[in-house]
Design a protein around this ligand. Structure first.
Ligand SMILES: C[S@@+](CC[C@H](N)C(=O)[O-])C[C@H]1O[C@@H](n2cnc3c(N)ncnc32)[C@H](O)[C@@H]1O
Length: 454
């Protein structure tokens, strides 16, 4: 790997004797990992081994996911580099909380947080660039997340809308990416001696907005995938000096994992910076990461006005009847609270509980998309197939047989003699939902989305 000379000199100086193993590790192989999705009914992958667990990630394993496999397509697994799996474990979202992932695409940490929350509470996941927010939204859908708002907004607009609102906030900051040099050598071409300082300044701007959204007593996690002290310990030292209402919390570095303390001597020397965590490729099987966990003290007086809730939409009596019939006939096991229904054009979403008003924020997904009104009928959304447990559907059809699987994901209809009633059928593979078909006259008509067929 051709590393810039200034990078080599910098880390020889910072690491001294440790720099040899560090540079050797950067020449070594990249460790691949994946996470199992606790939201799915069947937890047994068809094509991946669970023999090599990752010690710092309860659902994490070493291994490489194939993008077109049943395990990936049904959302049972998310391919994620091992070190990156530590970050959401540090945030430790709880069911029922309000959680924000501020720089979230493509969704590695958001999907992990969604698993921790078990569908309860509000997960607001945001990405500033719209094209990347679309990928984030697709991953949230594939993972079967029911309680996520996916938005595409600048952090300052979100901070204006949702001050003091969240129990937990994650900023996985856009950084100089030094920790990814081994996995993505293109990152080296963006690097220059001054680049980490430029990135640190951008992180400070985003952090100022992140801080404003943490409620008193709430938790903020800041992470990067760079070794650069400017973006790591120095940024946290800046945060603590600028926002004295925040204090560092201890991170459990998982005995024997190789996860190291942060380095106070690389910032202003304050000793509590040892509470932050560094993941180095010479110490563990993963890429480079930095994580800090902070708490906003809760001894301040509440002065902010209460945040308004998003109003639900009303439906005509004909629409209500169509929707209720659909739910009864297709997903009788799904409990739908009609006071949380929202309409985006023809599409109907079930919002998360206590969802705040969206204001002018661009929303891509407002909870679980149930389906859409068509002329005189209601059709299920693909998201619903991935989010429900198969036993919540009225009818299921297993396509584990490889020719049925291939035909279905190509978009073909399937002929069957199975004892099915006319109507929508949840197609399953490996015991988990993969999409819809409509059974008519002995044939399963294909509803797998055109954009996903392969
Ligand atoms: C490290 S990546 C996030 C990875 C993600 N958390 C995951 O686990 O999949 C940082 C993200 O910040 C976004 N970003 C870039 N500039 C930003 C800005 N000024 N404000 C907020 N986010 C920004 C990038 O587009 C990128 O998606």
């Amino acid at each position: 790997m051709a590393l810039p000379e200034a990078f080599i000199a910098k880390y020889q100086d910072l690491l001294g004797n440790e720099s040899g193993p560090f540079f050797a590790a950067l020449e070594g192989p990249v460790d691949k990992g994946f996470r199992l999705n606790p939201l799915k009914a069947n937890q047994k992958p068809l094509s991946l081994s669970l023999e090599q667990p990752i010690s710092w990630s309860p659902n994490g394993y070493f291994g490489q996911v194939a993008g077109k496999s049943i395990d990936h397509t049904t959302g049972l697994v998310y391919s994620q580099e091992p070190s990156a799996q530590f970050v959401a474990e540090v945030l430790a979202a709880q069911p029922g909380e309000k959680v924000l992932d501020l720089a979230a695409a493509p969704g590695g940490k958001s999907t992990q947080l969604a698993g921790q929350m078990k569908g309860q509470g509000l997960l607001w996941t945001n990405e500033i660039f719209f094209s990347r927010a679309k990928i984030l939204s697709e991953n949230i859908e594939r993972f079967g997340v029911q309680n996520a708002i996916v938005s595409s907004a600048d952090s300052k607009d979100l901070a204006q809308l949702l001050p003091d609102f969240f129990d937990r906030v994650l900023l996985d900051s856009p950084c100089s990416g030094e920790g990814m040099f081994r996995k993505d050598p293109e990152a080296i071409t963006y690097w220059s001696e001054g680049y980490p300082r430029e990135c640190a300044e951008r992180s400070e701007e985003i952090l100022a907005n992140a801080v404003a959204m943490v409620k008193p007593g709430g938790v903020l996690v800041y992470s990067t995938c760079t070794f650069a002290p400017e973006e790591d310990e120095q940024t946290i030292a800046w945060l603590l000096a600028t926002y004295p209402e925040f204090e560092l919390l201890e991170i459990d570095k998982v005995a024997g994992s190789g996860i190291q303390d942060g380095r106070p001597e690389w910032a202003d020397g304050r000793s509590d910076l040892t509470k932050t965590a560094r993941l180095w490729p010479q110490d563990l099987a993963g890429e480079g990461h930095f994580v800090a966990k902070l708490r906003r003290k809760d001894d301040e007086e509440e002065t902010r006005p209460a945040i308004k809730g998003q109003k639900a939409d009303r439906f005509s009596s004909e629409e209500s009847a169509l929707l209720q019939d659909f739910l009864k006939q297709t997903v009788p096991g799904l409990v739908v609270d009609s006071s949380r229904l929202l309409r985006f054009g023809d599409r109907v979403f079930l919002m998360p509980v206590d969802c705040p008003a969206f204001g002018r924020i661009k929303i891509l997904r407002a909870g679980l998309c149930l389906g859409s009104f068509k002329k005189k009928r209601f059709e299920p959304d693909h998201a619903l197939a991935l989010a429900i447990q198969p036993d919540q559907a009225a009818q299921t059809f297993a396509i584990d047989d490889s020719s049925d699987w291939q035909a279905y994901i190509h978009g073909e209809a399937l002929n069957t003699k199975a004892d099915l009633q006319k109507g929508f059928v949840l197609m399953t593979a490996g015991g988990n939902g993969v999409g819809w078909a409509k059974f008519v006259n002995g044939q399963l008509k294909n509803f797998y989305p055109k954009g996903l067929r392969h």
